[in-house]
Ligand binder design. Sequence first.
Ligand code: NAI
Length: 751
Amino acid sequence: MSSDRCWKVQELEGGIRLVTLDCPDRAVNTFSRRVLTELNAILDELQRPGDCSGVLFASGKEDSFIAGADLEEIARLEDRKEVEELIKLGVNTFRRVERLPVPTVALVNGACLGGGLEFALACDYVVAAETRRTLLGFPEVLLGILPAWGGTVRARRRVGLQRALQLVLTGQRLNGRQAKKLGLVDDVVPPEALLAAGRWFVKNAPPRKKPLTRLLTDNRWVGRLIIRVARRRVLRETGGQYPAPLAVLDVFETGVRQGAKQQYAAEARAALELSRHPVTAQLMRLFFLGEEAKRHARECVQSDEPIRSVAVVGAGLMGSGIAGLLADRGITVRLKDVSPEILARAMRRIRDHLAREVQRGRLSRRDAERVVRRIHPTHEYSGFRRVQAVIEAVVEDAAIKKEVYEQLARCTAPETPILTNTSSFSLATLSLPGMEHRLAALHFFNPAHRMRLVEVSSLEETDPVARSRAVQLALALGKIPVLVRDCAGFVVNRLLGIYLNHAIELLPVFDDPLRLESAMKRFGFPMGPLELLDLVGLHVAEKVAVNLHQAYGSRFRPPRLFEELRRRQKDEPVRLIERDWRGKPKVSGPLAQALKSARSGGAPADRLPAEPDALAQFVLAPMLNEAVLLCEEGIVDSPDYVDLAMVLGTGFPPFRGGPLSYGDSLGWDRVMELLTKIAKRRPEFEPCGLLRKLAQGGRLTRTRLDPTQGTVPPQTPPGGETKEDNSAPIPLADTKEPPSASPESPPPDSR
Ligand code: NAI
């Protein structure tokens, strides 16, 4: 077979065939039409009578099996018929694999996701390698689609209804051991033993045990009950705004009521419908934006020298989280704080986190110990001369940060990049004369191990090597780096700040402040502004607010309520929401008192819309203006990155695509109308120039990305057909000047 083929067949002893997938010119294997078609040709061979005694399916990539369907190809499918054909091709191919007359084994080494897992489950046996890269799961629902090649039927057959539902609904990824425990794979072995294990399964063809959970949930009555409970939960968690999980439930329900054959058909029908849904389009857009952001970031990396050693200064909440993350990725860390006690606390926090990971089966005890051994706590700057970068995560105080930079100037090598995790200062504010070339920002979100976004920023004077190191680190940690130009709060905290300020400022107008909470949740935020402030911590939020106010002036004036609350704060930070004995939220005592006194001082005069959607629009309007202003100022290369950062960094409802995409769909004339109303009371919320232009007609974001190029192809309406692009994004102003600075107040960190 010629070498540019995707599949390769090798004959092993005893008539066993080793069929290996290695997509040429690709980092990972995916199922495209071509890969499926080639597989069919191989299946023709394997089906012929002959000496074949069994088939082992493996990957030629070092540490990935099959990462799923080729999403780039799917995104390019033009019409319903093409989607339908692709679904059919996959379903038929996997059915042929399932029906091969000899035992088949999937040897999973690395990512086995989506279509990859559907394929593995079509084999008689699945053996997974015990490596950290081996992850199995169905992430489709996170993209607004579902497993469409028989995956829901086969998952249910293997692990029972309840576990299959959980896998498909949550998109969770399991490592080999977790998958074995669930019954998804038949064995987990060290990678070097994978082939031998495969041979063993072919030779012995052991009957697969039905997991107990499957026996219990195979019952139709129990099955219906499970689905009813799951549906209630999905509706509670998503507000019914995401069609894919609901479609998944319908598909499983069809299986329970009418059997596997009908479930296959329901799966294909649902996949077809979902592929044309506007929510799916938004989720796919965000996925491709993430890929595009990583690709852009990779272009900035100038060195392929791996990062082995980094120092973190500040071992608080963020510093310890970042140190743990670095060590987990094999990087040696010097962790510095001011006292051994603080360092001991930080190490305890890191160990506790690792212990939880071990308990969840995500990490072995031995690996966890290795991670801890890579972290060297120090209350001096010992060993800093040899590190490749320093991440600064000390308290959010410009004077303290600058003092630290002065010390770093003395104890690090002259060119070592200093990467600040600041939440609310611009780099320009923090930079010291003679050190500008070393300073860049690497802004993580809390918790550092879970949040995928990192904002990367730099100054004009920053040395490209320092910029490159920042990006390289973000990528090495598996993050999505969004590159932003320097400004206080960067993108996320600047927008979150103005949103929370405005929401809190309006609070005294409500008879029941929880109405605002529920309106924002209904809009799709994971929590309302009060709950978010509790999560961030009011003292932290206020500090960020003050810094942003200083940077931007009256637009960011902190709400008066902050001051009222601070007055009520004794030793413990004030909480805004409390829970009653049933777990229902209620306004806390200090907030109720603060509201009372704020009302008596003259509440803002706005009459708020009663309808929740209109209320959410009103609350969000200043944030939308600020988001447009960010674009006008050239803080981001593409407005779409504002959306990506806000969805990843703050939980802005993904189905709405992010603030700018939301503005595009709402209509900027409507946003302008709202702002004009607000500006009667707060003139600083006058719509910015670009927003005025947009209100005349136009949009900022791309509705459809070319997954490989990131160019702006013609817009496609949700209905499908491509129409002439008469709503191309308005070109951004080419000014790259940082926003003007003027003093006044602001809000919280995305923490
Ligand atoms: P923290 O208060 O938990 O930790 C700060 C640490 O810095 C403390 O342990 C303190 O002892 C240490 N420190 C102070 N002066 C020092 C010095 N001269 N040398 C070494 N260590 C020193 O604060 P947190 O929350 O970890 O924040 C750190 C930075 O990260 C801040 O700039 C903050 O704005 C930023 N950030 C915080 C987020 C959060 O959610 N908490 C999220 C993203 C960024």
